[in-house]
Design a protein around this ligand. Structure first.
Ligand SMILES: CC(C)(COP(=O)(O)OP(=O)(O)OC[C@H]1O[C@@H](n2cnc3c(N)ncnc32)[C@H](O)[C@@H]1OP(=O)(O)O)[C@@H](O)C(=O)NCCC(=O)NCCS
Length: 153
């Protein structure tokens, strides 16, 4: 393996064998994580599920559902110890590129109002707010709204 492979992350399809490290990250970074079944269903339903690796270590992953001319980004995650290094942006760009290649015209996603990093990332990529879904997310004390964002590709 070249030295470059140690510093440049590699994105590939997520398989069922990846679910152990994916779930380890997922349960560490979310108060209400996806379950094993959520990821398994996504893979088996043919959603666009990808992992990002760096020097053999799984540093991030995401899931998008691609439909007719529309994509919905359902999950975008970077392991806590790797956050803030540009990998989230890079993974998001990867999903956008896959969507473009699938003739998607618009991508949608939900984000918590309290998720400052996520909101900053999406806004900086051109996503704009189109709706608020009341009480969409479970939260430590009750429910939290979701901001529905869209990007025209
Ligand atoms: C949101 C997430 C995917 C972003 O990935 P990341 O690798 O941490 O972010 P990046 O390093 O690509 O940075 C993206 C932007 O956020 C900013 N940012 C990253 N971490 C930050 C922090 N802790 N505080 C403030 N800003 C931060 C970066 O500065 C960058 O903006 P800039 O280019 O204008 O400087 C990642 O932090 C994560 O997995 N968080 C927990 C799960 C989550 O919230 N997922 C999204 C659900 S919608």
């Amino acid at each position: 393996m070249s030295a470059l492979a140690d510093i440049v992350p590699h994105v590939r399809a997520m398989g069922e064998v990846d679910l152990r490290p994916v779930l380890a990250i997922e349960t560490a970074i979310y108060t209400h994580p996806w379950t094993h079944g959520n990821f398994l269903d996504s893979i088996r339903s043919g959603y666009d599920c990808r992992v990002m690796e760096l020097a053999g270590e799984l540093v991030g992953y995401g899931v998008q559902m691609i439909g007719v001319r529309e994509a919905h980004l359902l999950n975008l995650s970077v392991a806590a110890s790797w956050q803030g290094n540009g990998y989230g942006r890079s993974l998001l760009m990867h999903f956008l590129e896959v969507a473009r290649q699938s003739d998607v015209l618009q991508m949608f996603l939900e984000v918590r109002p309290s998720n400052k990093v996520g909101r900053h990332l999406y806004a900086s990529m051109g996503f704009y707010e189109i709706a608020v879904r009341d009480g969409y997310y479970p939260a430590p004390h009750g429910r939290e709204d979701a901001i529905l964002l869209a990007l025209t590709l």
